[in-house]
Design a protein around this ligand. Structure first.
Ligand code: SAM
Length: 193
C-alpha cells in the first residue's frame, strides 16, 4: 500500500496550490491530512461542518469534496488575502459560507450550542484556546479533528509543551473517544459521545 497513490484530489486543488505557493503561504495542510478529512466528511450526510483556519482553501476544497448537496460548511479565517484565494476557487459553492473574522471572537459570538457534526480546528482558537467553547459547538457523534501534532524541529520555543498538553487534555476527556494517528503531520480524531 502506498498512501500517496490514487488520492483523487479535488479538481480545484492544483490551482489553489499554485496560488498558495505564489502568495508564500507556508501553513497549508498536506494532502494526506486533507484526504482523511474528506473521508470523514463523507460520513455525515446533511451535516453541518466547521473549519477554523481556512488558509487559502486547501482543506476546505477537500472537505467540500466529501460532503453531500444538503450539507452546509462554514470556514473562518482572519486573513482576507488568503480568503480571496479561497473565494476565487471555491466561492461559488452554495454549501460554503466564508467568514473573515478573528476565530476567538467568532467562537465567543456563537450560542455555544451543539450544532456541528464536524469541526476541523486548524488554528490557535478552537485548539490551543477556547477548547471547551469549541467542544460545546459539536453534536454528539460529531468529529473534532486536529492536525500538526507531530513534533517538528522548526516549532517555536514552547510549542512542544503546548502540543503535549493538548494531547494530554484530549486523552483524559471522558466525553470523547479519541485516536492519535502518527501519520501525515500527526492527527487526532475525536468523536463526542
Ligand atoms: C494552519 S493555517 C490553516 C491551513 C488551512 N486549513 C489549509 O488547509 O491550508 C492557520 C490559519 O489560521 C489563521 N489564523 C491564525 N490566527 C487566527 C485567528 N486568531 N483568527 C482567525 N484566523 C486565524 C491564519 O490566517 C491561517 O490561515
Amino acid at each position: 500500500m502506498n498512501d500517496h497513490l490514487a488520492l483523487h484530489e479535488p479538481e480545484a486543488i492544483s490551482a489553489i496550490w499554485a496560488d498558495t505557493k505564489a502568495c508564500g503561504f507556508e501553513m497549508a495542510s498536506d494532502s494526506l491530512t486533507c484526504s482523511l478529512l474528506r473521508t470523514l466528511a463523507a460520513s455525515k450526510p446533511s451535516g453541518r461542518f466547521l473549519e477554523l483556519g481556512s488558509g487559502t482553501g486547501l482543506s476546505t476544497a477537500w472537505i467540500l469534496d466529501g460532503i453531500d448537496a444538503d450539507s452546509r460548511f462554514t470556514t473562518v479565517d482572519n486573513d482576507a488575502t488568503l480568503l480571496a484565494i479561497l473565494k476565487q476557487h471555491l466561492g461559488d459553492d452554495p454549501r460554503l459560507t466564508v467568514v473573515c473574522a478573528d476565530v476567538d471572537e467568532w467562537i465567543l459570538s456563537q450560542k455555544l450550542q451543539p450544532v456541528y457534526d464536524f469541526i476541523f480546528a486548524d488554528t490557535w482558537p478552537g485548539k490551543y484556546r477556547l477548547l471547551e467553547e469549541t467542544f460545546s459547538l459539536l453534536k454528539s457523534s460529531g468529529f473534532y479533528v486536529i492536525d500538526d501534532m507531530q513534533y517538528r524541529a522548526d516549532w517555536p520555543e514552547g510549542h512542544g509543551e503546548k502540543a503535549a498538553n493538548l494531547v494530554k487534555i484530549l486523552e483524559q476527556r471522558s466525553d470523547f473517544r479519541i485516536t492519535k494517528i502518527s501519520w501525515a503531520s500527526g492527527m487526532i480524531l475525536a468523536v463526542k459521545k
